[in-house]
Design a protein around this ligand. Structure first.
Ligand SMILES: [Zn+2]
Length: 235
């Protein structure tokens, strides 16, 4: 009878420890960190990608400007060579306008090149960040698989413990088991304790002599309740 309840308690403690281990897997904390890294990497990528869109828009705008100015200069040049403008002053004004337009065109083209170079730098930066994020992705996958394997391993052990408990629970007196289960939330691993002949092992301080005497002189070896701490005392 004494051993049977202790066996059950032993299995319950083992199950508690397994559940605690399952809830506090180190790999889970590592996964939280890896997920945070992954999010941070993605935020950085999104940020640079936004700048890249801005630069691409600027590039397109500059290309349009360059085209518009170039078209106007082409039209002026056509006019210049068509011979329709005759006066010297008008010709000079037209040539001046063409030169001004070509200058502006070059300015827009230079700025377009700058924007393209900037876009290249940003694209390289994104590729770099994506590689870093990929390594964070891999770490997340590895940790998820690791956690899954550990959980499966612990679940197997829990199933085994539950089966053991089921096979042994019949050996414990029903009323005693009910009492044990009622007290277990409060006393946990030390719900049923041994009386070593002079004291209840569960009591934090020395047991009063009167209580020792009472336990000593109880008939038989049936479990008793410690009047000091309330635990089940096995003798
Ligand atoms: Zn006690």
């Amino acid at each position: 009878m004494t051993d049977a309840l202790l066996n059950i308690q032993h299995l319950d403690v083992a199950a508690d420890q397994l559940r605690h281990r399952r809830d506090h897997l180190q790999a889970r904390a590592a996964l939280e960190q890896a997920l945070a890294d992954q999010r941070a990497q993605q935020d950085r990528i999104d940020e640079v990608a936004l700048s890249r869109v801005d630069v691409a828009n600027r590039q397109r705008r500059l290309e349009n400007e360059a085209q518009l100015v170039s078209d106007r200069a082409d039209a002026d040049e056509a006019k210049l060579y068509s011979g329709e403008v005759k006066g010297l002053k008008d010709l000079e004004a037209l040539q001046h306008e063409i030169a001004t337009l070509r200058d502006r065109q070059r300015g827009f083209e230079d700025e377009t090149l700058e924007a393209m170079e900037e876009a290249e730098v940003l694209a390289a930066r994104i590729a770099e960040l994506e590689a870093a994020r990929q390594s964070a992705d891999e770490q997340v996958s590895v940790l998820r698989a690791e956690i899954e394997a550990l959980e499966a391993e612990i679940d197997d052990e829990l199933t085994q413990v539950a089966a053991d408990r089921l096979s042994k629970v019949g050996e414990v007196d029903g009323a005693l088991l009910a009492e044990y289960e009622r007290l277990r939330p409060a006393f946990g691993a030390a719900t049923a304790v041994m009386f070593d002949g002079s004291r209840c092992v569960g009591c934090p301080s020395t047991m009063p002599a009167m209580e020792v005497d009472r336990l000593k002189h109880l008939d038989g070896t049936d479990p008793a309740s410690c009047s000091e701490c309330g635990r089940i005392v096995l003798r």
